[in-house]
Write a protein that binds this ligand. Structure first.
Ligand code: UD1
Ligand code: UDP
Length: 383
């Protein structure tokens, strides 16, 4: 049996979540792996590749400043088509819900190449939130031959949409593989941020609130409200350090710097590489975020999370009681953050480890399923 897999990713979260799987598949018996970066992200992707010592076989290098969804999609379709023609994979493996994920799947479908979808089946049921990710993930699910669902509820969503039970494998989320690998590595080597990093200047005796945000549906009013809430919190809690690695999207950087520059206990820093960011999450008292990945990682580290969204495609995180949806209403953000900063009992209730996304072995389960798929394909079975 020989299975040629072309793995395609383009953004920071896809690369973080595919890195453990790529490292495993590089040496997996019967698999020939070709890693293709679309370069939908540039600097933020490079940070991940360096942190995981992951080499790509091809970099399409497609990012442009302030790219549009249609402009990027057009370039992806064109260049991925050429790439598939050169590489001729048996299967294209995509991840999640980005423009890269969906267009890579579409381009493979047009060439009748099998598609494996990692982190399949998450749904909010609302096409406007997260936008355009809900559509990207659902459409990729329509095209995929194999669905790697992180949780049972993701599998159930796929079954409800008519996907066959045999095409779905519940695996856990590879982000936990990445997180635990990094955390264990850091603990073993007593890792600390570099002396010239802005993180080294943080006061170890002060509480730290970590913030991230980049969702398109929050652009404009949503971001203004989030920043308004942060400014109010910073004034009310001068002894708390608010650390915000600001996403490079100009639609994010613009308002965040305009509204929060110059506040002495708000530290606006560049996007952090994965080791620094894991250290920050581990060091944080609580986390405010609209990120998908951070909602999965923080509970695994036992950190309370306030989610700056109205809905989540990860309902499993809510069941543990360590993650709360607060949206972008500034009154609500301030009230819920203040509650966790002031009320020790409320804080304790959310300050515990909860791991609905698996045990850090998702990549192995995916690799084993790929082997079975290759065997049934060779033996002529339709599974
Ligand atoms: C993308 C994904 C989103 C994912 C997020 C992770 C889509 C539609 N959006 O959103 O699902 O959650 O990545 O972070 O696929 N930029 C840089 N350098 C970088 C990265 C981005 O300068 O390394 C700037 C560029 O001006 C770029 C812009 O950010 O044009 C937007 O990047 P894009 O990938 O289109 O959207 P994100 O908001 O990053
Ligand atoms: N992350 C990082 N550096 C940062 C912010 C986030 O390495 O400065 C990591 C984080 O740990 C998670 C992933 O990036 O694994 C989340 O990416 P993002 O929030 O950009 O995208 P989403 O998960 O919302 O698609």
């Amino acid at each position: 049996m020989s299975l040629k897999i072309q793995m395609v990713f383009g953004t920071r979260p896809e690369a973080i979540k595919m890195a453990p799987l790529a490292r495993l598949l590089r040496n997996w018996p019967g698999v020939e792996l070709f890693v293709c970066s679309t370069g939908q992200h540039r600097e933020m992707l490079r940070q991940v590749l360096e942190a995981f010592e992951l080499e790509v076989d091809e970099d399409l290098d497609l990012m442009t400043q302030s790219q549009t969804l249609n402009g990027l999609s057009q370039q992806l379709l064109l260049h991925l088509d050429e790439s598939y023609a050169r590489v001729r994979p048996d299967m294209v493996l995509v991840h999640g819900d980005t423009t890269t994920s969906f267009i890579a799947a579409l381009a493979a479908f047009h060439r009748q190449i099998a598609i494996g979808h990692v982190e399949a089946g998450l749904r909010t049921g609302d096409l406007r939130s997260p936008w355009p990710e809900e559509a990207n993930r659902s459409l990729t699910g329509v095209l995929a031959d194999l669905h790697f669902a992180p949780t049972a509820d993701a599998r159930d969503n796929l079954l409800r949409e008519g996907r066959s039970p045999a095409s779905i494998e519940v695996t856990g989320n590879t982000v936990i593989d990445a997180l635990l690998w990094m955390r264990d590595h850091q603990r073993a080597s007593q890792w600390q941020p570099a002396a010239d990093s802005p993180l080294a200047a943080l006061d170890p005796d002060k509480r730290l609130v970590l913030i991230t945000g980049h969702r398109r549906e929050n652009f404009g009013k949503g971001f203004e409200q989030i920043c308004q809430a942060l400014a109010e919190l910073a004034g009310r809690y001068p002894q708390v350090q608010f650390v915000y690695p600001v996403h490079l999207n100009p639609q994010v950087r613009g308002p965040v710097h305009a509204l929060l520059d110059g506040l002495s206990n708000i530290h606006l820093v560049a996007p952090q590489d994965y080791p620094n960011f894991v250290w920050l999450m581990d060091r944080a008292h609580l986390i405010l975020t609209d990120s998908g990945g951070v909602q999965e990682e923080a509970p695994a580290l036992g950190k309370p999370v306030l989610v700056l969204r109205e809905v989540t495609e990860r309902p499993a995180v809510l069941e543990g009681g360590t993650v709360l949806l607060v949206g972008t209403d500034p009154v609500r953000i301030v009230a819920q953050t203040a509650r966790l900063l002031d009320d020790a009992e409320a804080y304790r209730a959310m300050n515990r480890v909860f791991t609905p996304f698996g045990d850090g072995h998702a990549s192995e389960k995916i690799a084993q399923r790929l082997t079975r798929w290759a065997q049934t394909r060779t033996s002529g079975s339709t599974q």
